[in-house]
Design a protein around this ligand. Structure first.
Ligand code: NAD
Length: 487
């Protein structure tokens, strides 16, 4: 097995093997080859990991912020130095094209460690004058945080959670998705090498059962999940029993609105980035593309012509644009929706089927797919597919398109293409989505907060907003005279 880690878990600075939990395989989605086998953590190992985090957190929180920041920035350097090997591992584990993993995975985690490493020592608290007495605030860590990841951006998700959590002086026990167990272990190695004390970032492998054990653990103070809406509800309910703080980054069915004055080539680029990057397996994807009726025909013609030119094939070849889907389950689900769209009466203008890729007969390949003439009520227009399936809708005016764009239980992201700056800002202010783009799509610089409204989530990752998710404010009153007491 070409990516077998030393052992399943990484706890207190060393690899630990599991004896109790079930085994599971990590597969290379391009071929179905087994690349690694790990075992899920059960209660005993979860207890070890949480106890280690409690110990590590005390030592870590006692360090000055500037020292924690320096260590995190060293971790960012190590991530960048090893970007190629980490990207190849991520491509093996996820099937995503190397062209993407080289720029969007470990590289994004590195940016996050750089940003929060640099930010943390610059934060200062409040002094509040009370006319004699005064008060001040202290921003303190939460304690032990649990991070639970999805399979589409394994090391990026681990970095987006660990960097702000650690910067604020917390420890984290991270559980990657059982589908992509490998790169979080490498991040744990790198953090130790950078100088993070043992126990501050532990990785345990496992499935939903391991996740439940972590979320329900009485010594855990905070849970941050990236996953689907149904899992988010379960995690929030269990965390709620213990009144634990919770951040949720969940699913979406985001709108992308293209007005008649948009630059057509840019709008087509935006729609493709919003649907086909990472083989469509991105939470913020703009899968509902609303195009003004007057340009719809020209837009779809250009879109089809450019989609036809996409290179689907060997993910390790840097010329490849699109790799396979992550798993058999995802393949079955995406194909189901491709067929459902046709049965529901949408106009299939491109794709809609499996893709044949020479030399990769056993992988989970599908074609990038475009449906036009989609009705708002169709299931392909309402449910998260999480594959490269774009739905194109016609619209006539702004009020109508804003209402239709917002007519969803999700609220993760949204985009607008127009040259009219007044309209651009007016429309994004009316869209019920936590992250919006004007004249681009799916860019997530670490400086900008990211997260969802409505059922797409609670809390924000990245930007200064993430500090709120991993710290708590203490208010301290300081008397300056005698105590005024009626007794
Ligand atoms: P998922 O909900 O099936 O699993 C997510 C994680 O939760 C996995 O690690 C899983 O083991 C764990 N888990 C499952 N049940 C659990 C439980 N009861 N308690 C605790 N943990 C549990 O999601 P997935 O299939 O891995 O990922 C795809 C989904 O994630 C999509 O809906 C996508 O939109 C969403 N996603 C969101 C973001 C974001 O930032 N908003 C990013 C990536 C993916």
């Amino acid at each position: 097995m070409r990516a077998q880690p030393e052992a399943s878990h990484f706890i207190h600075g060393v690899y630990r093997e599991e004896t109790e939990g079930p085994e599971f395989d990590s597969l290379y989605p391009a071929t179905g080859e087994v690349i690694a086998r790990v075992r899920a953590a059960r209660a005993a190992m979860v207890n070890v990991a949480v106890a280690s985090a409690q110990t590590g957190q005390k030592e870590w929180a006692a360090m000055p912020a500037i020292e924690r920041g320096r260590i995190l920035r060293r971790a960012a350097e190590l991530l960048r130095e090893r970007n190629r090997e980490l990207s190849e591992l991520e491509t093996l584990d996820t099937g995503k094209a190397l062209q993407e993993t080289l720029v969007a995975d470990a590289a994004s985690a590195a940016e996050c460690f750089d940003y929060f490493g640099a930010l943390i020592a610059t934060l200062s608290d409040e002094h509040i004058d009370l006319g004699g007495p005064f008060a001040y605030t202290r921003r303190e860590p939460l304690g032990v945080c649990v991070g639970i990841g999805a399979w589409n951006y394994p090391i990026q998700i681990a970095g987006w959670k660990a960097a702000p959590a650690l910067a604020c002086g917390n420890a984290m026990v991270f559980k990657p998705s059982e589908v992509t167990p490998l790169s979080a272990l490498k991040l744990a190695e790198i953090l130790i090498e950078a100088g993070v004390p043992k126990g501050v970032f532990n990785v345990v492998q496992g499935d939903g059962e391991t996740g439940r054990l972590l979320v329900g653990h009485e010594a855990v103070d905070k849970v941050s999940l990236t996953g689907s809406v149904p899992t988010g509800s379960k995690v929030a309910a269990l965390a709620g029993e213990g009144l634990k703080k919770t951040s949720l980054e969940l699913g979406g069915k985001s709108p992308l609105v293209i007005f008649e004055d948009a630059d057509l080539d840019d709008a087509v680029s935006g729609a493709m980035l919003a649907n086909f990057y990472s083989t469509g397996q991105i939470c913020s994807n703009g899968t509902r593309v609303f195009v003004h009726r007057s340009i719809r025909k020209a837009f779809v013609e250009k879109l089809v012509e450019r989609t036809r030119r996409m290179v689907i094939g060997d993910p390790m070849d840097e010329a490849t644009h699109m790799g396979p889907l992550i798993s058999q389950a995802q393949y079955d689900k995406v194909l189901f929706y491709m067929r459902l769209g046709q049965a529901e009466g949408a106009d299939l203008v491109y794709g809609g089927d499996i893709a044949e890729v020479d030399g990769f007969a056993d992988g989970w390949w599908v074609k990038p797919t475009i449906f036009a003439d989609v009705a708002d009520s169709m299931r392909i227009a309402r449910e998260e597919i999480f594959g490269p399936v774009m739905c194109v809708f016609d619209f006539d005016d702004e009020d109508e398109v804003v209402a239709r764009a917002n007519d969803t239980e999700f609220g993760l992201a949204a985009g607008v293409f127009t040259k009219d700056i007044t309209r651009a800002h007016r429309v994004v202010s009316r869209l019920k989505a936590g992250t919006c783009w004007i004249n681009n799509y799916n860019l997530t610089p670490v400086e900008m907060p990211f997260g969802g409204m409505k059922k797409s989530g609670i809390g924000r990752e990245n930007g200064k907003a993430a500090i709120e998710s991993y710290s708590q404010v203490k208010g301290i009153y300081v008397e300056s005279g005698p105590v005024d007491c009626p007794y």
